[in-house]
Design a protein around this ligand. Structure first.
Ligand SMILES: Nc1nc2c(c(=O)[nH]1)N[C@H]1C(S)=C(S)[C@@H](COP(=O)(O)O)O[C@H]1N2
Ligand SMILES: [Mo]
Length: 301
């Protein structure tokens, strides 16, 4: 891309979530990486925030616009044109309009967040994202009082996205969040990984990341954000409402109809690595459980 932005987070910075994210511990863990090989596997496995490698994060992907195989996005996503990039922001906002990605980035504070990532297919990774809080973007455009939900849409480019020729999903890929979920400080728009620009297979130039929800909620290459008073459609919910709900919160107690959600396989753990227990809300329970108070989470999946 024609411009760069700076990662504003230093190792010394302490953000409100840094205690949970345990960045300092991860940093010292990285420093101790040289001796990690000498530790028993069980000791290493207990460090839940040991990031996956760049190679793992960028070569094992889901991005059905480029095909349904895990290696299709890495193979074909280079075809996507991301410069220039425009995001249409409309609906119940004070300042609707077409915003260039560069304009958005000039207004946002980019920082690093290391989050657990849990796919509904029961595999997981730990990813050091760079990005900004979605709440900052929504505050900038001004959310109107009647807004209750945020709808998102991915680019629809048949010439650049070979997977669109197959009716796997009802294209374009769309997603939605309740407004309070969207405004939560853990919810971010990711624009980088390991301090580099986010690769196209991971959703360049910006993709949603909601760490307490299954990975499919994290819609890639966003071109439209709409504030609305109606629950917006979400691609996987539309495709198969029995298997995928609107909320899609990580929940080890509610199985997917075709497989268990109680455990997960950490990518990169090796063929014989033990499956790990999946945590309620992917381990972010203290931060987000209050959003769902009084809701039956076996009904609102
Ligand atoms: N536009 C779009 N966004 C998408 C998808 C997709 O197919 N198209 N797949 C989702 C699924 S199922 C997952 S698990 C994550 C994968 O993100 P990653 O490839 O960066 O790990 O992206 C999500 N976002
Ligand atoms: Mo997924």
């Amino acid at each position: 891309m024609a411009y760069r932005w700076k990662n504003t987070l230093n190792a010394e910075d302490v953000t409100p979530y840094s205690a949970y994210l345990n960045r300092r511990q991860v940093m010292s863990g990285l420093a101790a990486g040289a001796i990690a090989g000498a530790l028993p596997a069980g000791v290493r496995a207990q460090d839940g925030l040991d990031p996956n490698t760049w190679e793992e994060i960028t070569s094992y992907n889901n991005y059905y616009e480029f095909g349904t195989g895990k290696d299709d996005p890495a193979r074909y996503a280079h075809r996507l044109t991301i410069d220039p990039w425009t995001v249409q922001i409309d609906g119940l906002v004070d300042k609707p309009g077409d915003y260039s990605f560069a304009d958005i980035m000039s207004q946002m504070t980019v920082e690093e967040r290391i989050y657990r990532f849990r796919c509904v297919e029961a595999w997981s990774m730990v990813i050091p994202w760079n990005g900004f809080e979605l709440a900052d973007l929504l505050d900038w455009v001004g959310v109107q009082p009647l807004a209750k939900y945020v709808a998102f849409q991915t680019a629809l480019r048949p010439d650049e996205m070979p997977g669109l020729s197959r009716p796997v999903l009802d294209w374009p890929y769309v997603e939605g969040l309740r407004l309070d979920e969207a405004m939560h400080p853990l919810t971010m728009m990711a624009t980088g990984i390991y301090g580099r620009d986010i690769p196209k297979q991971n959703g360049a130039p910006m993709r949603l990341v909601v760490p307490w929800k299954y990975g499919f909620k994290s819609i890639k290459s966003v071109v439209r954000i709409t504030l609305t008073d109606q629950e917006p459609p979400a691609s996987w919910n539309v495709a198969n409402p029995r298997e995928y709900g609107f909320y899609s919160n990580v929940n080890p107690n509610v199985d997917h109809p075709r497989w268990s959600q109680a455990t997960e396989r950490r990518i990169g753990g090796g063929l014989f690595a033990k499956r790990q227990p999946t945590l309620m809300f992917n381990g972010y329970e203290d931060e987000v459980a209050h959003l769902y108070e009084g809701m039956d989470l076996s009904e609102f999946i």
